[in-house]
Design a protein around this ligand. Structure first.
Ligand code: HEC
Ligand SMILES: [Cu+2]
Length: 432
């Protein structure tokens, strides 16, 4: 074969290599690669990234030297008809044992140093967050503040956060690529991980994942991390500590109530509102939320595209169009529809279930069901109607009238019609 035609055959491979190298070289903006580990935003992420850089450099040097030596030998002896066989060369053998040993020392020292750094106990004043894995969603508790959320984590920038990781069922793994490192959630054991989000990144959103296969809906076990300023965090905590807005609503004096009215926390105030609730209006029933100022939460309209779930509405769950929900009726349906057996709404002593996510401030959340869907009316209504079609294998049962439950393989035993579901949606949307 002539040299030029051989080169022509090689061309596509060369072009492909060049393209791959160009793609690899692009460590663009966060918005372009929101889940990249190459732009760490914490000291933990940087420690790992720096170690990776050292290892890549050492590996590249070894690779280049070995390939050069190989090419040299191939070229130099290209005309040899027969190889010369030798046996035993102590000097050479010592040399090729020593060289890898020295290389391994160069790799081991920074590696072990990084392991000690990242496994050290967290600083004492770190913010503590308990992470509890469930099939297939995340529970986050802030013991310092008595706050519980699901699938959404708020972290103040510049303060070290120390996570304690446990699981309710199978093994899961906690990972926020930009914050660095994964760590498993294992039964009968508590694992720890800690890091400090950079001050420059507030306020912003990051994606989190489960990275240990944990069953049918493992791929839908995600979460969002909001890195916010310390002031925003304080406000968020104050809002989340308050009991549910809807229950506290009636305690506030009628519509003239000032916005700064503090949420009422007395258990006596948790009964359904005593004053009459007007018929549902086109604008919803905003009067019920009057008087309770929710704390800070990341504005829904500011969610970057990469943090908004892109899954379409399942086509096989229909929902009557144009229904207007009534939150007071919704609250009753929430209690009678079995929801309270699995969900907590603080401020409502009847709703104290712990099998599903805490819904006390559900309306402040941006996603549904382990980050699977955006938290909007359309998705929420279908979620309540048939969670098991929305999310395969979900522990939350199928509850809509006439809906087929793919886990029980029969029609939903408890059933809510579309109007009742619309009412529950209106109720949940008051929980800020
Ligand atoms: C048998 C327990 C059970 C019952 C009953 C139940 N749920 Fe759930 N619910 C769950 C579980 C478990 C999840 C988490 C599912 C997941 O993400 O995989 C969930 C998730 C949700 C979510 C999403 C929360 C979030 O932050 O992602 C909403 C909203 C919800 N349920 C509302 C309801 C309503 C309304 C009812 C009653 C009509 C109800 N649930 C009845 C167990 C239950
Ligand atoms: Cu998992």
């Amino acid at each position: 074969m002539k040299g030029s035609s051989r080169l022509r055959r090689l061309l596509p491979y060369l072009a492909f290599t060049a393209l791959a190298l160009t793609l690899v070289a692009c460590t663009g903006e966060t918005t372009q690669y929101p889940n990249s580990t190459f732009e760490p935003k914490t000291e933990l992420g940087r420690a790992i990234d720096d170690l990776w850089d050292i290892l890549l450099l050492l590996g590249t040097i070894v690779f280049v030297l070995v390939e050069l030596a190989l090419a040299f030998v191939v070229w130099k002896y290209r005309n040899n008809k027969e190889a010369k066989h030798t046996h035993g060369n102590t000097k050479l053998e010592i040399l090729w044992t020593m060289i890898p040993a020295v290389i391994l020392v160069f790799i081991a020292v920074p590696t072990v140093r990084t392991i000690f750094e990242t496994q050290a106990p967290a600083p004492g004043d770190a913010l503590k967050v308990d992470v509890i894995g469930h099939q297939w969603w995340w529970e986050f508790r802030y013991p310092e503040y008595g706050v519980t959320t699901a699938n959404e984590l708020y972290l103040p920038v510049g303060r070290t956060v120390s996570f304690s990781l446990t699981t309710k069922d199978v093994i899961h793994s906690f990972w926020i690529p930009q914050m660095g490192a994964k760590r498993d959630l294992i039964a009968n054991r508590t694992n720890y991980i800690w890091f400090t989000p950079d001050t420059a990144i507030a306020p912003s959103v990051w994606n989190g994942f489960c990275t240990e296969y944990c069953g049918t809906s493992h791929a839908f076990m995600r979460f969002r991390v909001f890195t916010v300023t310390p002031e925003q965090f304080e406000s968020w905590v104050a809002g989340q500590k308050a009991t549910a807005a809807f229950n506290a609503g009636p305690a506030a004096p009628a519509p003239s109530a000032p916005d700064s009215q503090p949420p009422a926390a007395s258990p006596l105030d948790t009964n359904p509102p005593a004053q009459p609730i007007g018929p549902p209006t086109g604008t919803g029933t905003a009067q019920l939320a009057g008087g309770v100022a929710p704390g800070y939460f990341f504005p829904h309209e500011s969610m970057p595209e990469y943090a908004v779930p892109q899954r379409p509405l399942p086509a096989n769950i229909s929902f009557t169009r144009g229904l207007t929900g009534d939150p007071a009726r919704g609250q009753t349906a929430f209690m009678l529809g079995g929801c309270i057996g699995c969900h907590t709404v603080r401020g409502n002593p009847m709703a104290a279930g712990t099998i599903g996510p805490d819904l006390t401030h559900f309306a402040t959340r941006h996603t549904l069901a382990g980050g699977t869907y955006p938290n909007t009316t359309d998705y929420l209504a279908r979620w309540i109607k048939n969670a098991r079609v929305m999310k395969p294998g979900s522990i939350m049962p199928t509850l809509g009238k006439g809906e087929y439950d793919p886990v029980l393989k029969r029609t939903a035993p408890v059933s809510l019609d579309d109007q009742q579901i619309a009412d529950i949606v209106a109720y949940l949307q008051q929980l800020r």
